[in-house]
Design a protein around this ligand. Structure first.
Ligand SMILES: Cc1cc2nc3c(=O)[nH]c(=O)nc-3n(C[C@H](O)[C@H](O)[C@H](O)COP(=O)(O)OP(=O)(O)OC[C@H]3O[C@@H](n4cnc5c(N)ncnc54)[C@H](O)[C@@H]3O)c2cc1C
Length: 414
């Protein structure tokens, strides 16, 4: 099947191609080809260029500094960026551009939008996500961090965990229990809290790759102004779920990246004379079919969004498909590499959670990617939890008894 884009989408493709030609350095081969310091330097310059050209948040309305692009134009943009290995904007700021910004656009007050959105776009504010707690992950509604209104401020006490990049953020959006007497998911509020204050301490957690990506965040009489609430007091649960819906959809535009990665795994199988091994061939064919399914699901979602329809429960299918696919295809890469994977050496990826398009990975590169793929089926809701959603919302199977997080996700049309 060869998808046909509208004339407008093709016209937009030409604009994006011209932007990339003009703005990428001559001989550009992707982030992977840069050395350590050069990568950080390029990331800053690239962010500034995307910002100047309103490409840093392509979906946001022009009024707030976004690109005002349609879902199909965004798909075209993702395709063209991938073809030339240009880093997409989400890589530069998932918390602000990827999560909080879209949530403020639909649920924030005008004052919150005009204050925070430009600061996110310019990079002045960096956001962390304060949802999970030690006893509240999948069952998020059992969270215990509390907030009370005292003299015009929310006063917050409790602990969050697995808070990605909190050490590089200056704000955090926090789910807090504001009415302990209400039923689990009714007494929760969604607060915007400055991180740089004496009542907050951030402790690092080191991940499996050995890097510092996430943290524990402790709140001891931390404060934020009364107006720093998104949605009404005690009604933060539906705001929290709007944000999770956005987070799940991030796999919808990944086709180009996954196709490129699979092509490189196929090339590695050929180099190692394993492409005629029947089991390896079968696994490569399985991978190919999954990448194509992901492509068409992404288009389906884009078409629904273009028609002003919600993404629908298929977003749960995309989340499970792309995160589980990634684990299996990188497992295959490791098997193809064989013993070399036990002595990883050489060039490493820029950002192991995603594939660097066109990269010439070493054994260390593939091992990092393999490890980096493991948590994706955990964050933004685990595969098991999403399978429950698919069973009930997509396939119409009988509901299973549940509490908290999942019940409310279903009730807001996950
Ligand atoms: C890399 C990474 C980054 C993260 N970043 C953030 C962040 O920035 N901010 C944040 O707030 N959180 C973050 N998280 C936390 C993430 O949201 C939670 O890990 C996730 O929601 C799962 O919760 P848990 O770890 O407590 O596991 P649990 O909820 O304890 O689950 C344990 C296991 O039980 C299964 N399970 C649980 N309930 C059910 C059920 N009803 N049916 C079937 N199976 C079930 C789960 O699928 C899982 O396999 C991050 C996690 C990772 C791995």
């Amino acid at each position: 099947v060869k998808p046909v884009y509208s004339a407008e989408a093709e016209a937009y493709r030409a604009v994006i191609k011209a932007f990339l030609k003009e703005n990428l350095p001559a001989g550009w081969r992707g982030m992977w080809a840069l050395k350590g310091d050069e990568r950080a330097e390029f990331a800053d310059t690239w962010r500034a260029k995307l910002y100047e050209n309103r490409l840093i948040a392509p979906a946001w309305p022009v009024k707030y500094g976004g690109g005002g692009l349609s879902p199909v134009e965004r798909l075209v943009l993702a395709e063209e960026f991938t073809k030339v290995a240009a880093p997409p904007s989400l890589e530069v700021d998932m918390g602000g551009i990827g999560l909080l910004g879209p949530t403020l656009l639909t649920r924030g007050t005008e004052e919150q939008k005009t204050y925070f959105l430009p600061r996110i776009l310019s990079g002045q504010d960096r956001w962390a996500q304060g949802y999970s707690e030690p006893e509240a992950g999948s069952d998020l509604a059992s969270l215990r961090t509390r907030a009370e209104l005292v003299d015009g401020s929310w006063v917050i006490n409790g602990q969050k965990v697995w808070t990605s990049l909190a050490h590089r953020a200056n704000w955090i959006f926090v789910l807090c229990r504001t009415d302990p007497s209400a039923s689990q998911h009714r007494g929760i509020s969604f607060l915007l809290v400055p991180l740089d204050q004496p009542g907050i301490s951030i402790r690092p957690l080191i991940n499996i790759v050995g890097t510092h990506e996430f943290n524990e965040v402790f709140f001891t009489d931390a404060r934020t102004e009364a107006k720093m609430i998104v949605g009404q007091p005690n009604e933060g649960w539906s705001v929290a779920n709007s944000l999770l819906g956005v987070e799940r959809l991030s796999g919808a535009t990944m086709y180009g990246v996954y196709k490129d990665e699979l092509d490189r795994i196929i090339a590695m199988a050929k180099e190692r004379r394993l492409s005629s091994d029947p089991i390896i061939r079968q696994r490569l064919a399985w991978s190919y079919s999954k990448v194509e399914i992901l492509r068409y699901l992404g288009m389906k979602v884009a078409t629904r969004l273009a028609a002003d329809m919600p993404a629908g429960p298929e977003s749960a299918v995309i989340k499970v498909l792309h995160t589980e696919y990634r684990k299996r295809v990188l497992d295959l890469a490791i098997d193809i590499m064989g013993l070399d994977a036990t002595t990883p050496a050489g060039h490493r990826p820029y950002y192991p959670i995603l594939s660097d398009v066109g990269a010439a990975y070493s054994s260390a590169g593939w091992v990092d990617m393999y490890l980096g793929a493991q948590p994706a089926s955990i964050y933004a809701g685990t595969s098991e939890v999403h399978r429950n959603i698919i069973g009930e919302r997509v396939l119409g199977l009988p509901r299973e008894p549940r509490s908290g997080w999942q019940r409310a996700q279903l009730s807001v049309g996950a």
